[in-house]
Design a binder for this molecule. Structure first.
Ligand SMILES: Nc1ncnc2c1ncn2[C@@H]1O[C@H](COP(=O)(O)OP(=O)(O)OP(=O)(O)O)[C@@H](O)[C@H]1O
Length: 404
């Protein structure tokens, strides 16, 4: 007699768990797809309304009347908390049509901001930002350049790209910002990066005596720096000395050369003018002729210095023409950086295109700035931060090129 096949009294939990797990995973996936489709529909509608609202649309006449055409919404993707969607630009459109309304479009979609990444043809990807990508600090590593043509870090842009600049590139640098906006911290970072290079000399005038001066004692740079407001003649004399050195270089330019290449014997001279309008105001109050002498020396450095390997880094709260030696002087600055300033000051330094950026930037956190350069749109960035003032002093003491 054969034994009947035995049926287990209890369920095989392992088997049924596998079955339920599979079902649960399918339900979860279905719910996810439904939620995704709902979000896609919502965003598609909001995108259309937002585009029409900012005027990013075309009106087309059809048999039934006038219809509005907006950049077509493609597909939504939400991956690891990052929300993106594709969109097709209007015929004749450019990605800038979207970037110039970026904030208003993003706010209409319920996000903090957006970024536009071109994909190909008329299609672009819109990356929606939940929060300010520049919210987190950006620590300056112990980066020390060894040559004037090496890149120094200026900051990190919203897309995470690190923006750099080589002093050897023929550009003077203008930096403006209200009190506490981050001008000095930026300058500390920049100078700490170049202070060791054997072909760079850091010279200049600093009425505050914090950026230049005492921290540079014992370095090769110290002899070319003047600080404080007690002896304003010393500032004029230092600037005259720099102009004389510039003239000497221009007069002794090697044959078949039209510019000086920085070397250890003819270093690139970075002329730092910390709070320059303050120096001019103080000089004007004392003696108008002294103010004129300072202005004309600076004008010569900014207009003729590039070929002689002179670069000027001028810092001011506002880059108003009459505060920085006139409109002609201001025009000589190719690289322009604005920390928190009122909207009007932003326009003054970066042009009319920056007007729309004004309201938000007027309240931005210390260390956040707009950078513009010839051929480059205004880019928002976070300047690197090397730490407190003591850390700056330590880095200069440790790495600053020694006086030979
Ligand atoms: N890039 C940055 N990242 C983080 N914090 C920063 C940054 N820059 C500045 N800060 C903070 O803001 C404070 C003020 O910055 P800073 O002294 O550079 O301003 P400032 O524009 O030079 O002001 P002032 O005109 O009064 O000298 C710093 O002490 C620091 O705490």
């Amino acid at each position: 007699m054969t034994t009947p096949a035995t049926r287990p009294l209890h369920r095989d939990w392992r088997g049924s768990r596998g079955l339920f797990d599979g079902l649960r995973a399918r339900w979860a996936e279905q719910r996810r797809l439904e939620a995704h489709a709902r979000l896609e529909d919502d965003l598609r509608g909001l995108w259309r309304e937002a585009c029409a609202g900012v005027g990013l649309c075309q009106y087309i006449s059809v048999a039934a009347g006038l219809t509005v055409r907006t950049p077509r919404f493609g597909a939504l993707r939400v991956v690891r908390g990052r929300t993106t969607f594709t969109t097709e630009l209007l015929p004749g459109g450019e990605p800038e049509d979207i970037t110039k309304h970026a904030l208003r479009l993003a706010h209409s979609l319920g996000f903090h901001g957006l970024r536009v990444d071109p994909i190909g043809g008329r299609w672009v990807r819109i990356v929606l930002l939940d929060s300010d990508p520049l919210r987190d600090g950006f620590a300056l590593r112990r980066l020390i350049t060894t040559r004037a043509d090496e890149t120094v870090i200026l900051g990190r842009a919203e897309d995470g790209v690190t923006l750099g600049h080589a002093l050897a590139d023929a550009a003077h640098l203008a930096v403006q910002g209200q009190n506490g906006a981050g001008k000095s911290a930026f300058t500390y970072g920049l100078l700490a990066q170049v202070c060791a290079a054997p072909d760079v000399l850091i010279a200049g005038s600093d009425i505050t005596g914090l950026v230049l001066g005492r921290a540079w004692t014992g370095t090769a740079h110290h002899d070319w720096q003047t600080t404080g407001t007690r002896d304003l003649l010393a500032h004029a004399a230092l600037l005259d000395r720099l102009v004389a050195e510039m003239d000497r270089r221009l007069d002794t330019m090697p044959p078949r050369r039209d510019k000086i290449i920085p070397t250890t014997t003819t270093p690139l001279v970075l002329v730092v003018l910390e709070e320059f309008p303050g120096l001019l105001r103080a000089a004007q109050a004392k003696d108008k002729k002294l103010a004129e002498r300072i202005t004309s020396a600076v004008l010569r450095l900014v207009s003729e210095g590039r070929k002689a390997a002179f670069r000027v880094l001028m810092l001011a709260q506002r880059f108003e023409a009459n505060a920085v030696g006139g409109g002609y002087a201001r025009d000589q600055f190719a690289l322009r950086l604005s920390f928190r300033v009122p909207g009007e000051s932003l326009v003054m330094l970066h042009g009319e295109d920056a007007r729309k950026l004004g309201p938000e930037h007027a309240n931005s956190a210390p260390g956040i700035a707009y950078l513009s350069a010839p051929g480059h749109d205004c880019t928002r960035l976070r300047a690197p931060y090397l730490g407190d003032y003591g850390e700056f002093c330590d880095r200069i003491a440790r790495h600053g090129r020694r006086a030979s």
